[in-house]
Design a protein around this ligand. Structure first.
Ligand SMILES: NC(=O)c1ccc[n+]([C@@H]2O[C@H](COP(=O)([O-])OP(=O)(O)OC[C@H]3O[C@@H](n4cnc5c(N)ncnc54)[C@H](OP(=O)(O)O)[C@@H]3O)[C@@H](O)[C@H]2O)c1
Length: 259
């Protein structure tokens, strides 16, 4: 029997590339996001590959009902998820005080609440079966506070710490939890976050396919944390020895540069 892998945020960017990479071998993939047309097109494309079975379940994971729709859809199809890739997420650049509250709380609902709810639903059956993997997409944003993207950075710090904690809790029980921390990556993320013109993205962004390769290698090894890319690894490591105030001011300068 092939593994069943659930990928959230599979209609674009890293999620779609995770699907393409995983469909190189026989597998059952469950794709979810809001844009059904995109999911359906990707599912049709990948279903041509040998041994690949595709399922599409459209859901707005920023809403508790959406998470329920996804979990019910998985149960209705009689699927048990061997690997969960919690990838759906978004960010927003700007002053917190001037920001739209729904955008900020929506980030918490998607980047944190949906990820925790799906993990809570799917990890107990993995533990009962004695095998399973979880890949949570954090970010290099997780390693320091992020002025002008305060909620996004904090949400990714949550994902990193939650994943590492869970990694230890389930250790030795056949289940692994991995946090993948990409740096700036060429997907739709920067446009949605209002960061497309920033040098971070115009000059330093990684290819989505490379980030996916790093993520899947770490998942395969059951590694606790994977920071994708040498420069990102160095930057993340430097946050451990840089005074907090210096870090805060550096990120503030970087992210207020366009304004
Ligand atoms: N790109 C980067 O520079 C970067 C760096 C570090 C970390 N990350 C993280 O990587 C992950 C993937 O992002 P990406 O770069 O691939 O961005 P992306 O191209 O914008 O893709 C985001 C995905 O999330 C889905 N999504 C957004 N809101 C949703 C909702 N309410 N319900 C369900 N699905 C939703 C989108 O699908 P629909 O719009 O169809 O719902 C899309 O499939 C995110 O967690 C992001 O924070 C990205």
């Amino acid at each position: 029997m092939t593994d069943t892998i659930l990928i959230t945020g599979a209609s674009a960017g890293l999620g779609a590339d995770f699907a393409r990479a995983l469909a190189k071998k026989p597998v059952t993939l469950v794709l979810t996001a809001r844009r059904t047309d995109r999911l359906a097109a990707l599912a049709t494309e990948l279903a041509q590959r040998p041994g690949v079975e595709m399922h599409v379940i459209s859901a707005d994971l920023g809403r508790p009902e959406g998470v329920k729709t996804l979990l019910d859809g998985i149960a209705d199809r009689g699927l048990s998820v061997d690997t969960l890739i919690n990838n759906a997420g978004y960010g927003a650049l700007g002053d917190f005080a001037d920001s739209d509250l729904a955008t900020q709380t929506g980030m918490i609902d998607l980047n944190i609440r949906a990820l925790v709810t799906l993990t809570h639903a799917l990890i107990p059956p993995m533990l009962a079966r004695g095998h399973g993997r979880v890949l949570n997409i954090a970010s290099t944003a997780a390693f320091q506070p992020g002025p002008y993207m305060a909620v996004y950075y904090a949400s990714k710090a949550f994902v990193l710490h939650f994943s590492e904690a869970l990694h230890e809790e389930v250790k030795g029980r056949g289940v692994t939890v991995t946090a993948l921390c990409p740096g700036p990556t060429r997907t739709e993320f920067a446009d949605i976050a209002g960061m497309a013109e920033m040098p971070l993205f115009t000059r330093f962004a990684s290819d989505s396919e490379q980030v996916v390769r790093d993520g899947l290698a770490a998942l395969e090894r059951g590694q606790a944390v994977m920071v994708s890319g040498l420069l990102n690894r160095l930057t993340a490591a430097s946050t451990r020895v840089t005074p907090r105030g210096v870090l805060r001011r550096a990120v503030a300068k970087l992210q207020s540069g366009r304004r």
